[in-house]
Design a protein around this ligand. Structure first.
Ligand code: ATP
Ligand code: MG
Length: 265
């Protein structure tokens, strides 16, 4: 059965989308069947996977409104070798259109339940807000993966997020758990980053991924080519880091690499 992970942080620009795209590609390279769900009207995970937002007739928007079945809105990222439930601007309207709808927080969960047998992993890219779209993501997910930058305000943002998780657990999804915290855009020479890292270890030991994602310009460039970083510059530090993250995630789930990738991207 698919393991569903929401990649979330209410704070903007922490590397959620970069993580969803590159972790999806990494898990695909490790032999897993992956579905990326873009829940952000910005549609950056969609374009970063090589899909053109303008060409899409069926997206996650129609799925949430129950106008099309999930299977009809699934597209293939040929370059990334994973499937995508894409998003574009129209998704911004879903918030308003679903306001009086029945089971409005459970729409994504219901949609994904039809796909449990098809995928090994489903990764959900949440928008940087606590809105109905994010609540759909958190309700559908088994686990949360939280990217964060090691800066002073990151810890403050984390407190808000933990509060949200507690609320979601008591109202919408009793089983939700934090799978892990991922340090992104890390500059290992920065002493502030080291201090924040140490602080995180103190509060969340065991939850922090050993793999940290370094600041790497290739990660910022790859989306403009519509490619995950390992298909843009396989030898970059960013590509190595996200491949390592994929392996660490499999280990943490007690899962195994189904395909050896060394030297054969
Ligand atoms: P939002 O909250 O707006 O959805 P986000 O949390 O999804 O943002 P991203 O879009 O992944 O964050 O990243 C923000 C910016 O930082 C992007 O321009 C991205 O290319 C860049 N970026 C992300 N991770 C890295 C990294 N490790 N090294 C360099 N640049 C990065
Ligand atoms: Mg994003």
């Amino acid at each position: 059965m698919a393991k569903i992970l929401a990649v979330t942080n209410q704070k903007g620009g922490v590397g959620k989308t970069t993580t969803v795209v590159n972790l999806s590609a990494s898990l695909a390279l490790l032999g897993k069947k992956v579905l990326l769900v873009d829940l952000d009207p910005q549609g950056n995970a969609t374009t970063g996977s090589g899909l053109s937002k303008g060409d899409l007739t069926h997206t996650i928007y129609q799925v949430l409104l129950r106008a099309v079945s999930p299977a009809d809105a699934i597209h293939r990222s040929e370059v990334g070798r994973y499937d995508v439930l894409p998003a574009n601007r129209s998704l911004a309207g879903a918030e308003v259109e679903l306001v009086d709808a029945d089971e409005r927080e459970y729409r994504l969960k219901a949609a994904l339940s039809t796909l449990y047998d098809i995928y090994d992993y489903v990764l959900i890219d949440c928008p940087p807000a606590l809105n109905l779209l994010t609540l759909n993501g958190l309700t559908a997910a088994h686990k949360l993966l939280i990217p964060m930058q090691c800066e002073y305000y990151a810890l403050e943002g984390l407190t808000d997020l933990l509060q949200t998780v507690r609320r979601v657990r008591s109202h919408l999804n009793p089983d939700i758990a934090i799978e892990g915290l991922l340090r992104t855009m890390l500059d290992p020479r920065s002493s502030l980053a080291q201090q924040v890292s140490a602080e995180l270890e103190r509060h969340f030991s065991g939850k922090i991924y050993q793999t940290a994602i370094p600041r790497n310009v290739r990660l910022a460039e790859a989306p403009s080519f519509g490619k995950p970083v390992m298909h843009y510059d396989a030898s970059s530090k960013g590509a190595h880091a996200y491949l390592e993250l994929g392996k660490e995630l499999l280990t943490r789930f007690g899962d195994q690499v189904s395909r050896e990738t060394t030297g054969s991207i």
